[in-house]
Design a binder for this molecule. Structure first.
Ligand SMILES: C[S@@+](CC[C@H](N)C(=O)[O-])C[C@H]1O[C@@H](n2cnc3c(N)ncnc32)[C@H](O)[C@@H]1O
Length: 289
């Protein structure tokens, strides 16, 4: 029934020019903070007008920028993170990308879960290093990035999607963030049950979560937590009813609104524009029967 999707996938985002040894090092380095930029690293280049570029540093590669001549990426190798880089018409800061940067810069072909929602999902589901988590609806893999970052190095995320093109896209995005080793990407046919049991948490980002309740119940450990993410009231109402009828308890629903503030001496005020709506978050717990 199940297919471990990675068997058939060739990573495309991490440069194939990296030696196997260096590739291994790049993956291992995901677990520790680094001081110096090395070949193969993903670096976030931040300009003072808040324009950013996320690039993989490789020799013989140039990055076209909006402030003058292209940057030779080889010149970044050996420089400390946090350093300023002089460019033709200004300067830029060299930063180690966060998982938020990877989520926001991920190539997208679906709607994604935003960092503001992902942060609360991780907290409410109690996901931590070592957790085993099922994700239903991989999409572009933005939420997968946040889940994986949290469970490493001993946990695992099992992410399911019906569409192979989304699994490939998500794998490329995870590979770029050096997080792919901690994920199993799985093709799902219909609403079939999941291959894992006794998982710590399940998160669903599919349009009809009420069809998934029995499969979720079969895979989740007693006391395990589930989140269903949907954009409309109708969907969370129907999902809430289905979880309740299946015996789930501690049902909570919420929406996370983040309003940016412009902090400027003597005239600090909220930003005029904000993201008014993304997803509603529905949470529930599976009790022992
Ligand atoms: C909105 S996208 C998920 C986006 C993802 N959370 C992210 O942050 O990038 C929904 C995905 O669910 C998949 N999907 C829909 N129904 C499904 C089901 N029953 N089982 C597995 N995947 C499903 C779709 O193919 C689509 O890729």
């Amino acid at each position: 029934m199940e297919k471990f999707y990675r068997d058939t996938f060739t990573p495309i985002e991490m440069s194939d020019k990296l030696s196997e040894e260096r590739r291994e090092e790049v993956v291992t380095c995901t677990l520790s903070r680094k001081n110096m930029i090395q070949e193969g690293d993903q670096v976030l280049i931040w300009f003072e007008d808040d324009v950013t570029y996320l690039v993989q540093v490789m020799p013989n590669r140039k990055l076209g920028i909006h402030q003058g001549r292209p940057v030779e990426l080889a010149d970044l190798i050996g420089r400390p993170y946090g350093d300023w880089l002089d460019v033709e018409n200004g300067r830029a800061l060299l930063l180690e990308p966060t998982v938020e940067d990877h989520m926001m810069k991920a190539r997208r072909e679906s709607g994604i879960i935003y960092p503001k929602d992902a942060a609360v999902i991780l907290m409410k589901l109690g996901i931590r290093s070592g957790s085993r988590v099922i994700e239903i609806g991989t999409g572009s893999g933005a939420l997968t990035l946040a889940l994986v970052q949290q469970v490493i190095p001993d946990g695992k995320v099992f992410t399911y999607d019906r569409r192979e093109d989304f699994l490939s896209l998500a794998e490329a995005n995870l590979n770029k963030a050096s997080l792919v080793s901690y994920v199993e990407l799985k093709k799902r046919i219909g609403n079939e049950p999941f291959g894992e049991t006794e998982v710590d948490a399940v998160v669903s980002d599919v349009p009809e979560p009420w069809h998934e309740v029995e499969a979720i119940k079969a895979s989740l450990k007693n006391g395990g937590r589930v989140a269903a993410l949907n954009p409309t009231y109708n969907q969370i109402e129907k999902a809430s009813d289905a979880f309740q009828k299946a015996g789930f308890v501690k049902i909570e629903a919420m929406e996370i609104l983040v309003r940016g503030i412009l902090p400027r001496l003597g005239k600090t005020r909220p930003e005029q524009r904000m993201i008014g709506h993304t997803e509603f978050l529905l949470f529930a717990v599976k009790p022992a029967s």
